[in-house]
Design a protein around this ligand. Structure first.
Ligand SMILES: C[S@@+](CC[C@H](N)C(=O)[O-])C[C@H]1O[C@@H](n2cnc3c(N)ncnc32)[C@H](O)[C@@H]1O
Ligand code: SF4
Length: 387
């Protein structure tokens, strides 16, 4: 494969908190029902030990975003988040404008918790709303209703959070296009900075995959829903910048943008994945940690916590890069492709021409490649060309 120098990209930190009140029947994230009191202190110690172990991989680099994902990070008390952030920022350099997001389940919004998160340094909240229809919420096995969801978002706003994302899902069992649009309207009424709008997928190894729920909209209906919701969001000032992500001007999620631009991330916590460019050896490392919380707790800070390590070989990089970049409306520049993959343009010349011929990608001023509307709709097919 023809080579170009690999240039270490911006660095993010992903922190996985693996517990939930109850497991949702559609969810294949690494999340475990909290059946007993959770070991918050021990888990924070484990996270810091894990971080310490991985530090030599990112020595001297600056962290531009932190994302507490789950699971349900909002099960953790603010003191635990504070202790982790203090420990992390004393070991790693945080950028002055670092974005720190915490995923929140509206069913866990205890009084005073949002103030505590804010004081700890969290400056962005991402709420798992899913729907504002109580029937839909029930069928999704959610632990909250729509009233609680709206109240939780308002509490967070009262605590001073203005950078808020609402996660919605569509193509839900027994959902009509009109219901999907109402969900989007109710989200907009809360004036969030960002909305994520995901089509429900039946993931293997979930309850929904085994017992398919009744009344699932078909693909054409799902597409109608997405188009109608996208138009409503656009009319309210939320521009789609990625297949499932919409933001007000300047409010894109820096953390996710770094993933989609094939940036680097350190992954700590049970089951967390990381991807790091090692400039000195001109390689890209993927590393993931053991998934099960008990095993992770027992081994964090040692090589025993590593579930696996692998290098992304040069021939895998075009596909890995496109898997992310072709989800973005902005697409990518050839300079970004070279810097992130360490490959020359030649490595993608043939599939690129095929994707352009099919009308999935367009080339602008010779340098920028952007997915077309058709390319965004058939992103998986466009990406597969680079396999
Ligand atoms: C880790 S969860 C976020 C926060 C929190 N755990 C919650 O559910 O409230 C991330 C988001 O992924 C989306 N999601 C999860 N499973 C999905 C599926 N099977 N299909 C589509 N979206 C899904 C949901 O919108 C969810 O809020
Ligand atoms: S609360 Fe979120 S992470 Fe937990 S099971 Fe439900 S969707 Fe998955």
């Amino acid at each position: 494969m023809p080579v170009a120098p690999l240039i270490p990209p911006p660095l993010s930190l992903y922190v996985h908190l693996p517990w939930c009140v109850r497991k949702c029947p559609y969810c294949d994230f690494n999340s475990h029902e909290a059946r007993t009191a959770l070991p918050f202190d021990a888990y924070v110690e484990a996270l810091l030990a894990d971080l310490e172990f991985d530090l030599p991989l990112v020595w001297g680099r600056t962290v531009h975003s932190v994302f507490f994902g789950g699971g349900t990070p909002s099960l953790f008390p603010a003191e635990a988040i504070d202790r982790f952030l203090q420990g992390a920022s004393s070991r790693l350099r945080f950028a002055p404008d670092v974005e720190i997001t915490l995923e929140t389940n509206p069913g866990t919004a205890e009084h005073g918790r949002f103030e505590g998160y804010r004081a700890a340094g969290v400056n962005r909240l991402s709420f798992g709303i899913q729907s504002f229809d109580d029937g839909c919420l029930q069928r999704l096995g959610r632990i909250h209703d729509s009233r609680e969801a709206e109240a939780a978002v308002k509490q967070a706003q009262d605590a001073g959070f203005d950078d808020i994302n609402l996660d919605l899902m569509f193509a839900l069992p027994q959902q009509t296009p009109a219901m999907a649009e109402t969900d989007v309207e109710r989200a907009i009424a809360l004036a969030p900075a960002h909305v994520s709008h995901y089509q429900l997928t039946l993931e293997p190894n979930t309850v929904f995959a085994v017992r398919t729920p009744e009344g699932l909209p078909d693909e054409d209906t799902a597409w109608t829903m997405q188009e109608a919701c996208q138009a409503r969001l656009a009319a309210a000032g939320y521009a789609q910048y990625e297949i499932s992500a919409y933001a007000r001007p300047g409010r894109q999620c820096a953390h996710n943008l770094n993933y989609w631009r094939f940036g680097d991330y350190l992954g700590i916590g049970a089951g967390a994945h990381g991807k790091l460019t090692l400039g000195s050896e001109q390689s890209i490392l993927r590393r993931w940690k053991h998934k099960h919380p008990a095993r992770y707790l027992a081994t964090a800070g040692t090589a025993g916590a590593i579930g696996g390590d692998e290098r992304i070989a040069p021939e895998q990089r075009p596909f890995e890069f496109m898997l992310n970049a072709l989800r973005l409306r902005e697409g990518f520049t050839l300079a970004l492709f070279r810097a992130r993959t360490g490959l020359d343009d030649e490595a993608i010349a043939a599939p690129l021409e095929r994707a352009i011929a099919r009308g999935w990608l367009a080339r602008e001023d010779g340098e920028r490649i952007r997915p077309t509307e058709l390319g965004l709709r058939f992103a998986n097919d466009a990406i597969a060309l680079f396999l």
